[in-house]
Design a protein around this ligand. Structure first.
Ligand code: CA
Length: 230
């Protein structure tokens, strides 16, 4: 069984059935939603690894779903859009979507996009062989998907956890804003740097004893961030 769970958001039944049949054949686990409201509640309650999102939904616009989900989740979002919705597609990417598929799409292309997204996720969470990372009091158990400071588990959101893993995997190196946003969101847009600052601030609030003299994450103004090797 493929360990990735995909949330399929699509109101058009034949398209939804095509996607779920494809996922089933390829051993993915999946959930479905037929409108924006149920997409948001499914994403919140099941924390899927990847979201396939149709933009034209019956209740709210797909971009609204992206904005809402992005408030707490860094899960990759692949937008499914008709060719006539080009402007919407750009909006969707600007809102925080990672990739898009244009309708009509082939099953082969859908699977290739999913594989590319999975590779990026694997890269962010680090190789399975080095299953525990330790730096000072910080410990990351990659296999369990948990981070600890001393004996206390850090209550991180998925995106904060991804940021922490990315910095840990590159401990000692300065990572540029673009490198980080590419790795975490998949596409680099100007507004992602602003989001990055927000996510980094909430991560540090949980990680650092003192915000004035951070022990773990150093800011390089105008460049990026670095995890200090302790
Ligand atoms: Ca639709």
């Amino acid at each position: 069984m493929n360990k990735f769970t995909i949330l399929v958001v699509e109101d058009d039944k034949p398209v939804r059935n095509l996607i779920t049949a494809t996922l089933k054949t390829n051993n993915y686990k999946y959930l479905t939603a037929e409108n924006g409201a149920s997409a948001i509640s499914e994403a919140a309650s099941h924390n899927p690894d990847i979201i396939l999102l149709d933009l034209g939904l019956p209740d709210i616009d797909g971009t609204e779903v992206i904005k809402t989900v992005r408030e707490w989740s860094g899960a990759p979002i692949i937008v499914i859009s008709a060719r006539s919705e080009d402007a919407d597609k750009i909006d969707a990417l600007d809102c925080g979507a990672d990739d898009y598929l244009t309708k009509p799409f082939s099953v082969g292309e859908l699977l290739a996009r999913l594989r590319a997204t999975q590779r990026r996720l694997a890269f962010i969470s680090g190789p399975q062989t080095e299953s525990v990372f330790v730096n000072g009091n910080l410990k990351i158990d990659y296999a369990a998907g948990c981070a600890y400071l001393g004996d206390i588990e850090l209550k991180l959101t998925p995106i904060e956890y991804k940021l922490l893993c990315l910095l840990a995997k590159n401990v000692g190196k300065v990572l540029t804003h673009k490198f980080i946003t590419d790795a975490v969101w998949g596409n680099s847009w100007d507004n992602d740097v602003a989001s990055l600052r927000v996510f980094m601030a909430t991560l540090r609030k949980k990680l650092e004893q003192s915000s004035d003299s951070p022990q773990y994450i150093q800011t390089h103004i105008g460049i990026g961030y670095r995890m200090i090797k302790l």
